[in-house]
Design a protein around this ligand. Sequence first.
Ligand code: ADQ
Length: 461
Amino acid sequence: MSGRLVIVSNRVAPPQEGYSAAGGLAVGIFDALNKAGGLWFGWSGEVGAEAGAVKLDVRGNITYATTALSRKDYDQYYRGFSNATLWPAFHYRHDLARYDRQEYAGYLRVNDWLARRLIPLLRPNDLIWAHDYHLIPFAAALRNAGSPHPMGFFLHIPFPATEILRTIPPHAALIEALCQYDVLGFQTRTDLQAFTDYIGRRAPGTVNRSGVVHAHGRTLKAAVYPIGVYPEAIAEAAQRYAKRRPVTSLRAYLQHRKLIISVDRLDYSKGLIERFLAFERLLQNAPELHGNVTFVQIAPPTRTDVQAYQRIRHTLEGEAGRINGRFAQLNWTPIRYLNRKYERNVLMALFRAAHIGYVTPLRDGMNLVAKEYVAAQDPNDPGVLVLSQFAGAADELTDALLVNPFDLAQMTDALQTALSMPLEQRQARYRAMMQPLHSKNLSVWLNSFLQDLQRAAALRA
Ligand code: ADQ
């Protein structure tokens, strides 16, 4: 790659957490930076102390540049506009979104402030790649601060339909700012289509068939780059960790029982309540399953200081308790609900031990758990993926049992079908799903985005 890669993301994954603790995105970024060498810039995760100073930490090929946020910046930029306005609205939950002018001002202010802190660290040939909804105005802020660099942006979450986007009061300014990037990446064709629709009807501007956007006096590229995983590495980790402690003790508990597994951040977009209720229906409809199937839901809490997250946590605790109270036996708990993180490799081994991967978000940019679950399976005796049609991953994993998470009866049916699916059909579905996992793996995502960013750089030069 010509030019150094500079990654900008809201949170910089701390190097001491290491590779094995990282989620899919962090794995991808590590990989890109490790190969090419580069800088990773963003918030350190600290609030208050020493806000303002940029801390540099050089590890091998990668320089981590991080800064703390002041309490006010955290409240307005992160907890406020990013996670209480943009996140719900972009996930089609504008009923949960609130808008506060001061928070939006804080969001713009922090983007400006971060841009001014990055400027002294930049070199002339750098390529800048910003990630996610926290940083929509970051390119505009960098350009105002004098940066001539090529800049790309990848949106990890869905891009909402125009009428939903319009419920965010500063939508026009946000999209004008987004057009300051040179390359825009989306997870799915649906997201790109929604963006194209907004540009055509509201910007106004055009997006042609090759994804060339003309809007707000600029020419840029918009395209679909579905994020992937490294399927071989996942399969290898899933086997290697099969004999580790949490996996063996779960197996010992299961004995003959079938395992249904779900792993998510505790978030209202992930459809956990609907999932619990569909499992309850399964137990209600099929008494022969009592004592013979266990549903493990792993869901570490996130954004615990945002009200909507406190509410969903409370509701889920209530529902898990109620359903368990209704069906449990002395030696069997139907739902095992765990609010904690696990080491990545342990998760992969748990996926391999599960007969069903139960992944039913109400809306999700991609959902890497769905891909990880498939990649972790034993090819000779694979489990079945039950997948929401509203996860980006459903575009590629069409051989999953696709469900509408708003249709509880359909989800219950899918669980029942999955539990009794014959081996040959499971194998055929597994093989079909592995194809896109290989052909669109994580390095394809990285390389295709970076190639387009380099092309944009050549055009700017
Ligand atoms: P997330 O909403 O965080 O990501 P997801 O794609 O499922 O959702 O990625 C989560 C990652 O964290 C996975 O790699 C998973 O294994 C890991 N993880 C989840 N729970 C864990 C736990 N308890 N312990 C340890 N690891 C855990 C956002 C978007 C998604 C998009 C990704 C990547 O919301 O739609 O797919 O970015 O673009």
